[in-house]
Design a protein around this ligand. Structure first.
Ligand SMILES: *Cc1c(COP(=O)(O)O)cnc(C)c1O
Length: 334
């Protein structure tokens, strides 16, 4: 290969950088003091997201992890058991805060189906029985490769949880991707949940920010917990402005999905063992994960480890020609 290789970063859809339009919106945002009373741009963002999700109210938070934590903190009493799919972000990727700070006792479901929820929740238990009070959903499911829960499956899971008295929280970090992949509104995929968290800083490309949403009374309490966790920001409109621009870009995610298909089929043609992507995440099974990640780096392709596999994530800062270039480098590298 001649000359320096331009790195192509497929580690995550969080690596996107705000473009000119987004930076301009941030620079000119109308602001207030969101801790004292309200910042108008924050308020506009929260209202817009609540509308998209079909819930009463929403609250901007600095990260998806904080959004999930606030929801779990308010749902769980100390020692309550909560159910989540195996490999869920709340179980594996949030430093144990569900237990450490929210006081919950996790129970992972290897297969997430309505009967599995019913069986795990159990029925009435004697006074010395464990209390199971919450079901945590994740759509798309990151660690299983950006897989999508359909509207019907979502409704069945929520109904199962309800029938046994569980509250429901949805980790919708990539709910936008699920919505675009299925061609249904985000609100349909959040129907019936008590609380939902969505990220603005993944495929939508904001530099920072998530939103946690639910009833108006949930958001009133969530605002207190956010402050307690150090997540109250003052002139947050500067950040919310980026979120508003990000929300204009939901449809763009379709390009990430088609780039993921292109990458998966190209890898397969090169002999790789690759799961069929449902959204913007491609998982490849390799004999030696560390060695593969290193040799990818050597040809200027950054990927990340996930569930014992190589994870490639497509996003707004890579296009179809970048994917073609990744495949070209791999072809020439043999
Ligand atoms: C990224 C992600 C989050 C939140 O991540 P932050 O980095 O804290 O914003 C939550 N859940 C899932 C499934 C995610 O992929």
């Amino acid at each position: 290969m001649i000359g320096p290789v331009t790195p192509i970063d497929l580690r995550s859809d969080t690596v996107t950088r705000p473009d000119e339009e987004m930076r301009r919106a941030m620079a000119s945002a109308e602001v207030g003091d969101d801790v004292l009373d309200h910042d108008p741009t924050m308020a506009a963002l929260e209202e817009r997201v609540a509308g998209l999700l079909g819930v009463e109210a929403a609250l901007w938070v600095p990260s998806g992890s904080m959004g999930n934590l606030i929801a779990l903190f308010l749902h769980l009493d100390r020692g309550d058991r909560f159910l989540a799919p195996l490999g869920a972000h709340v179980l594996d990727a949030e430093l144990g805060t569900a237990a450490w700070l929210a006081g919950g006792m996790p129970h992972a479901l290897p297969v997430l189906t309505a009967p599995a929820v019913l069986a795990a929740a159990g029925g009435e238990s004697p006074y010395y029985g464990l209390r199971t009070t919450l079901l945590c959903l994740e759509n798309t499911h990151n660690s299983s490769g950006g897989t999508v829960t359909s509207a019907d499956d979502h409704a069945a899971l929520v109904a199962a949880a309800r029938s046994t008295g569980l509250a429901v929280h949805l980790d919708g970090a990539r709910l936008w991707n699920a919505s675009v992949a299925l061609g249904v509104p985000p609100a349909t995929l959040a129907a019936g949940v008590d609380t939902v968290q969505v990220c603005l800083s993944k495929g939508l490309g904001a530099p920072v920010g998530s939103v946690v949403a639910g009833s108006a009374s949930f958001v009133t309490e969530a605002r207190r917990v956010r402050k307690m966790l150090g997540g109250g920001v003052r002139q947050g409109g500067v950040l919310a402005a980026a979120g508003l621009v990000a929300l204009d870009r939901i449809d763009r995610l379709a390009a990430d999905h088609s780039n993921a298909y292109q990458l998966a089929s190209g890898l397969r043609a090169l002999g790789w063992e690759v799961d069929e992507p449902a959204t913007n995440i491609v998982l490849a099974t390799v004999p030696d994960l560390e060695k593969t990640l290193l040799s990818l780096r050597e040809i200027g392709v950054a990927a990340s480890p996930m569930s014992g596999k190589v994870r490639f994530v497509t996003h707004g800062d890579v296009d179809s020609s970048d994917v073609a270039e990744v495949l070209r480098r791999l072809r020439e590298d043999v």
